[in-house]
Write a protein that binds this ligand. Sequence first.
Ligand SMILES: *[C@@H]1O[C@H](CO)[C@@H](O)[C@H](O)[C@H]1NC(C)=O
Ligand SMILES: *[C@@H]1O[C@H](CO)[C@@H](O)[C@H](O)[C@H]1NC(C)=O
Ligand SMILES: *[C@@H]1O[C@H](CO)[C@@H](O)[C@H](O)[C@H]1NC(C)=O
Ligand SMILES: *[C@@H]1O[C@H](CO)[C@@H](O)[C@H](O)[C@H]1NC(C)=O
Ligand SMILES: *[C@@H]1O[C@H](CO)[C@@H](O)[C@H](O)[C@H]1NC(C)=O
Ligand SMILES: [Cu+2]
Length: 176
Amino acid sequence: MGLKFRHGVMIIVIISASMFSVSMANKDWFPAFNYTDWWSRFGNHPHNKTQQEPREIVVGGSDHWHFGYNYSDWAFKNAPFYINDTLVFKYDAPSATSFPHSVYMFKSYESFFKCDVKKAKVVASPVQGGGEGFKFVLKKWEPHFFGCGERNGFHCNNGTMKFAVFPMLRPFWQWP
Ligand SMILES: *[C@@H]1O[C@H](CO)[C@@H](O)[C@H](O)[C@H]1NC(C)=O
Ligand SMILES: *[C@@H]1O[C@H](CO)[C@@H](O)[C@H](O)[C@H]1NC(C)=O
Ligand SMILES: *[C@@H]1O[C@H](CO)[C@@H](O)[C@H](O)[C@H]1NC(C)=O
Ligand SMILES: *[C@@H]1O[C@H](CO)[C@@H](O)[C@H](O)[C@H]1NC(C)=O
Ligand SMILES: *[C@@H]1O[C@H](CO)[C@@H](O)[C@H](O)[C@H]1NC(C)=O
Ligand SMILES: [Cu+2]
C-alpha cells in the first residue's frame, strides 16, 4: 500500500511543480525549486531523521541583514528551503553607528523586482531585528519575496537587500 500511495503523491507533486514553472514570471529567482534534486536527495536512499526536521536559518549567515550584501546569491547558495523552516533576520536597532533596516514582504514578483515598497507589507520594523533576531516561519507553499523597506526601496534596490524563496515540501512518507 505504501508504495502505490507514495508514487501517486509524487506524480501529483511533479505535475504541480511543472505547472508552477510554466506560470512563474522568472524562475531564475527560485533556484531552490528543483524537484529533480529533491527526489535524488531524499527519494533514492533511506534518509536520516535529522534531515527532515525544520531548520532555523540566519539570513546572510554571519553577515546578518545589512546593506550591500548579495542576498540573492545567499539564497541561491543556501537552497533548498523547506516548508516550516524559519528564516532569522538579524540587524541592530537604529543608533548613531548603525543604519535602520527592516523586513518587508512583496506581494508580487513585479513589485519585488522594482523594490516598490509601497506595495509591500511590513513584517518586521527597524527595532525587531535585535537580540535573537526576527523570526519568520515559511508556512506556505508559495513564493516569498523579501526585501529591506528602508529609504523607500534604496536598500532593497541598490543595497541588494532582497531575495526570493520558494519553500518546498519535505518528504512526508514513512520508510519501511
Ligand atoms: C535539478 O537538480 C538536478 C540534480 O541535482 C540537476 O541535474 C538539474 O540540472 C537541476 N535542474 C535545474 C533546473 O537546476
Ligand atoms: C544525518 O544527516 C545529518 C545532516 O546531513 C548528519 O549530520 C548526520 O550525521 C546524519 N546522521 C546519520 C545517522 O547518518
Ligand atoms: C548577486 O548574485 C547573483 C547570483 O549569484 C548575481 O546574478 C547578481 O548579479 C549579483 N548581484 C550583484 C549586484 O552583484
Ligand atoms: C508545519 O508545522 C505545522 C505546525 O507545527 C504542522 O501542522 C504542519 O503539518 C507542518 N507542515 C509541514 C509541511 O511539515
Ligand atoms: C540605484 O539603482 C537604480 C536602479 O538600479 C539606479 O537607477 C540608481 O542610479 C541607483 N542609485 C544610486 C545612488 O546608486
Ligand atoms: Cu536595509
